[in-house]
Design a protein around this ligand. Structure first.
Ligand code: AMP
Ligand code: P6P
Length: 339
């Protein structure tokens, strides 16, 4: 049988994450392999969390822990499990000197003081959806430390600002599990093959459509929204756009990344700065969307241009297709834009 026979038994399985990471590292002659290892560590933890998420219904892991996280949100058991898995993988991998997690008040020092990277992470976002089997996700952001190697990381390493990110991305635990990330040279996507325990390159270059017909927000907060946000949403409805809101950020964001659209979490009475956290939700998702040709704004400027002051600070998030985000921002009152 000719190996080029279309029905050949041994169809190529594709490019594994490992092979892709090594190819990319080779493009940087000075690279030591530390970032590559960090990406592997994140992927490994993602595989383990994927296994836990997939079998959550069969084990006693579903449900709340009866305690709250730093956000004052009920911690789900899978939240805690994911937090442990990512911190352990990053600690054992040796490349991250510290981790800032949504689930932890303060910096977690890994003991890898020789590590030159720090990682901010939301180990399992959308946790309120866990028990009802809706897609959830991990969001991560990687910085090169600014404090001396050999010492423990400090606040300074995590409060560098969104445009200092070296890499960022997310893992979506959905109908299939995907790893999507950027290192500043476009956006790439990998799909997990459970039977082989491998991520395979499925989307070599992800670009968000310039516009779209989907808007994603919790309209239950309508009467809290600023008038310009309501005006924008009214325009969307007059144009017969589709409202799609899963209530799981990574799921809504990922769909809009592929189909075009805009996700909005504006300031509300309950969350006057918006609900979403800047360091491990806003910044990483803004980095990815800008690399994919989209935009991420707060209503008073680009998300990536916000000066960070606190680990767990929140910020409004309007993210998605450039044209839709621009249409929203154009309606924002001039006084709301920075001097
Ligand atoms: P390293 O010395 O391994 O930490 O790599 C130094 C820099 O080279 C990183 O901060 C990236 O900007 C780039 N780099 C190294 N490895 C990779 C990779 N696998 N993918 C993308 N960029 C990489
Ligand atoms: P609301 C989940 O808790 C989350 O952080 C995001 O995943 C999601 O988009 C948002 O909050 C949902 O918030 O207030 O609409 O329920």
């Amino acid at each position: 049988m000719s190996i080029t026979n279309e029905n050949a038994i041994a169809q190529p399985v594709g490019t594994t994450l490992e092979r892709y990471i090594m190819r990319k590292q080779a493009e940087f002659a000075f690279a030591t392999g530390e970032l590559s290892q960090l990406l592997r560590d994140i992927a490994l933890a993602g595989k383990i969390v994927n296994r836990e998420v997939n079998r959550a219904g069969l084990t006693s892991i579903i449900g709340a822990m009866g305690q709250q996280n730093v956000q004052g949100e009920a911690q789900q058991k899978l939240d805690v499990e994911a937090n442990i898995r990512f911190i352990r993988a990053l600690t054992n991998g040796g490349e991250a000197c510290a981790v800032l997690s949504e689930e932890e008040d303060d910096i977690i020092h890994t003991g890898n003081c020789q590590g030159k990277y720090v990682v901010a992470i939301d180990p399992l976002d959308g946790s309120s959806n866990i028990d009802v089997n809706i897609s959830i996700g991990t969001i991560f952001s990687i910085y090169r430390r600014v404090t001396p190697v050999g010492l423990e990381a400090t606040r300074e390493d995590f409060l560098q600002g969104g445009r200092k990110q070296v890499a960022a991305g997310y893992i979506l635990y959905g109908s299939s599990t995907m790893l999507v990330y950027t290192t500043g040279h476009g956006v790439v996507g990998f799909t997990y093959e459970n039977s082989l325990g491998e991520f395979f390159l499925s989307h070599p270059s992800i670009r968000i459509p310039a516009s779209g017909t989907t808007f994603s927000c919790n309209e239950g907060n309508w009467f809290d929204y600023a008038q310009y946000v309501r005006d924008f949403l009214t325009q969307c409805k007059q144009q017969r756009m589709s409202g799609r809101y899963v209530g799981s950020l990574v799921a809504d964001y990922h769909r809009n990344l592929f189909t075009g659209g805009i996700y909005l979490y504006p300031p509300t009475a309950k969350n006057p700065q918006g609900k979403l956290r800047l360091l491990y939700e806003g910044y990483p998702l803004a980095f990815v969307i800008e690399q994919a040709g989209g935009r991420a704004e707060t209503g008073t400027g680009a998300v990536l241009d916000i000066e960070p002051t606190e680990f767990h600070q929140r910020a409004p998030l309007y993210v998605g297709s450039a044209t839709l985000v621009q249409d929203l921002v154009a309606l924002a009152p001039v006084e709301a834009t920075p001097a």
